[in-house]
Design a protein around this ligand. Structure first.
Ligand code: SF4
Ligand code: F3S
Ligand code: FES
Length: 234
């Protein structure tokens, strides 16, 4: 079948502003949107820019807006879009570098600000730092993040103010705040209680709907808010 792929294009060296460009592509219902982009770039227009690496939903590099929703191009089947017209746009809220490639630096700055690594200066035990299955389960969901930015760039609070730390950073803080081996939870909660921290979240749920890993992001944010409000990590 033929599908129409309408892509928001922008080359800062040539264009005053972004504009749509339309391509007709031969496709199968079982094609991924990434397949269509590869076909356009390979057969019709080598100047089209987008990020991709693994093509299997692991690296998180090809998040983009597809028919108005943030998704991974490599995990979006044409047949699931129920349309012969596909509109592809870069993520909202981050500066466009070129076409579908956005500047991820502001996103990673927020991520880095929550200390997304294990902090424990105590004497290391002879063997590993033990943790019960229940303690491990406490933060299991938030270990699944692939840092694709689909959540943060679908959040109206982030669109309104890019200083908001955003759901992805909170998810990655949650992963360590509730880890029984970590000793920097208070520091992370202090950061997240700041002016642009977790209370900028108004429970809009776009982030949870956008997450390709199906992480219960709004729930995790709620748990962080509660830990700040009550001062305990139960
Ligand atoms: Fe992507 Fe989900 Fe991680 Fe957000 S929480 S960056 S949507 S994987
Ligand atoms: Fe934004 Fe998600 Fe909160 S969409 S407002 S971070 S629930
Ligand atoms: Fe790696 Fe899509 S290309 S997640």
């Amino acid at each position: 079948m033929k599908v129409t792929v309408k892509i928001l294009r922008y080359d800062p060296e040539k264009d005053q502003r972004p504009h749509y460009q339309t391509y007709q592509v031969d496709a199968e219902p079982t094609d991924w949107v990434l397949d269509l982009l590869e076909r356009i770039k390979g057969d019709q227009d080598g100047s089209l820019s987008f990020r991709r690496s693994c093509a299997h939903g692991i690296c998180g590099s090809d998040a983009m807006r597809i028919n108005g929703m943030n998704r991974l191009a490599c995990k979006t089947l044409l047949q699931d879009l129920h349309s012969h017209t596909i509109v592809v746009e870069p993520l909202l809220g981050l500066p466009i570098i070129k076409d579908l490639v956005v500047d991820m630096e502001p996103f990673f700055d927020h991520y880095k600000s929550v200390m997304p690594y294990l902090v424990n200066d105590e004497q290391a035990p002879m063997r590993e730092r033990l943790q019960s299955p229940a303690e491990r389960e406490r933060f299991d969901d938030t270990t699944k993040c692939i840092l694709c930015a689909a959540c943060t760039t679908s959040c109206p609070s982030f669109w309104a103010n890019g200083d908001y730390i955003g759901p992805a950073a909170i998810v990655n803080a949650h992963r360590f705040i509730f880890d029984s081996r970590d000793r920097a939870s208070s520091e992370r909660l202090r950061i997240l209680n700041g002016q642009f921290g977790v209370f900028r979240c108004h429970t809009i749920f776009n982030c949870t709907q956008a997450c390709p890993r199906e992480i219960q992001i709004t729930k995790a944010i709620g748990e962080v808010k509660k830990a700040i409000a009550t001062g305990n990590l139960d």
